[in-house]
Design a protein around this ligand. Structure first.
Ligand SMILES: [Zn+2]
Length: 431
């Protein structure tokens, strides 16, 4: 361990899920190798996730002592978590958040997460499928071009697809299709509750169709993207054909491609996934931050358990244009000096993420102490990090470097070279 125990380097753990990007093409593999040069990258393996936090199944390690971050925290929780965080989240060893890098080659399962009340209820009734009683808010910040599904499409778009795509229309059935068409009121201020009920009806009919019964509709849908592409538009055609190669004739072609917003994020853009809103990641590289929980209700593009009844009965059925699903960053007033700062601050207690950037600028930024623990990862370029006013604490840091920062300490980020970028993301929780 370094002389200074309020700011120190840590090493995260890479995970090889089959949807990850292969070998050194994966940002996860690249960061993991830069973070821990002793690691050998297997070019035939997908590198999907890099975990940074205190989750016991993939420990984050302090490299000098070889101790896990979790055990270091448990040795001195007041210093590393702070008493306010210990009291609020009722743990002396666990961070309230888990921070990750994801490199996505193939679509992940379409899913939603419970809020706190539903999480507690599901855990009580079905602890096997819902392993804890917590909610699981998630936020994704793109570090390369990213695409995902996020929330239901506006109702007029779903109505257009029901009216014009014969496979979707016959799968849902004339009766529900015309109830939806006649009943939706396109001015959302008029009668949102009725609109949501109609949307739920369509979704419920779809999700209660067995996987075997979906197959002929799905294969017909894919053929129609080739025979009548104009019905769909270019980007939806391409998406259906691409995802069908990953999950052939899957229900996700309907509940994902035809019902959910297809959201594109540029580097630095973010989306916050509200509790009980359906979503899935499709491709790209992101920083992801989430509350420490494993509660997932799945809907499509997955071989895992689908809890259709819980899913259909509990979604919010919010429907919004894709731009409204994005989380706009705020300015950050507790930084001064050089560099620019963007704060991604979703409306939950467990985490926020601060982006800091030095683009064509050198100098020092001072960031006031935060009232809780944080983890910082350098995503691009290089610079230095130290405790304010303590030269001896200086650490050189570059792409893939990961650091733990204790609560209440002012730190400095230093960019020494105008030509070299220095970009980092810092996840934190404040009481
Ligand atoms: Zn999720």
């Amino acid at each position: 361990m370094s002389s200074n125990d309020k700011l120190f380097r840590i090493v995260g753990g890479a995970q090889n899920y089959d949807w990850g990007k292969l070998g050194s093409n994966s940002t996860v593999a690249k960061f993991a190798k830069l973070n821990d040069p002793s690691l050998t990258i297997d070019e035939s393996k997908p590198y999907a996730e890099l975990w940074m936090g205190t989750h016991p199944s993939v420990p984050t390690i302090e490299p000098t002592s070889k101790k896990s971050l979790r055990s270091l925290i448990s040795e001195d929780p007041s210093k590393l978590l702070g008493d306010e965080i210990i009291k609020k989240f009722n743990s002396k060893e666990e961070l309230p958040f888990l921070f990750k890098v994801l490199s996505i080659e193939k679509v992940l399962s379409i899913q939603a997460h419970p809020d706190k009340a539903l999480g507690a209820q599901l855990h009580k009734l079905d602890p096997k499928h819902y392993p804890d009683n917590n909610h699981k808010p998630e936020m994704a910040i793109a570090i390369t071009d990213f695409e995902g599904f996020c929330g239901f499409k506006p109702l007029n778009e779903i109505d257009y697809l029901l009216q014009n795509i014969p496979e979707f229309r016959s799968l849902i059935g004339e009766d529900i299709v015309s109830q939806f068409h006649d009943g939706i009121i396109l001015n959302p201020s008029d009668d949102v509750a009725t609109n949501k009920k109609l949307l739920q009806k369509v979704f419920s009919k779809l999700m209660n169709t067995s996987d075997d019964d979906i197959i002929p509709f799905a294969s017909g849908l894919v053929k129609r993207t080739i025979s009548e592409p104009k019905l769909f538009g270019d980007s939806l055609c391409e998406l259906i054909q691409r995802l069908n190669k990953q999950f052939e004739n899957d229900i996700g072609l309907f509940c994902g491609c035809l019902m959910l917003n297809h959201c594109h994020l540029k580097s630095g853009e973010a989306m916050f996934l509200q509790a009980k809103d359906p979503h899935a990641y499709i491709s790209g590289d992101i920083m992801e931050c989430m509350a420490a929980s494993d509660n997932v209700i799945r809907a499509g593009f997955t071989p895992k358990f689908k809890d259709v009844e819980v899913l259909v009965n509990n979604l919010t059925y919010s429907y919004n244009p894709v731009e409204e699903q994005k989380l706009k960053p705020d300015s950050f007033v507790r930084a001064s000096g050089s560099g620019t700062f963007n704060l991604y601050d979703p409306p939950i207690d467990e985490f926020s993420v601060l982006q800091s950037k030095f683009d064509n600028v050198s100098g020092t930024a001072t960031i006031k102490g935060l009232n809780g623990p944080s983890i910082l990862i350098v995503s691009d370029g290089e610079g230095k990090i130290r405790l304010k006013g303590d030269e001896s604490s200086t650490l050189s840091c570059s792409e893939g470097g990961i650091y733990f920062i204790a609560p209440y300490v002012d730190i400095e980020l230093i960019s020494e070279d105008v030509e070299t970028p220095f970009t980092s993301y810092r996840a934190y929780c404040e009481a």
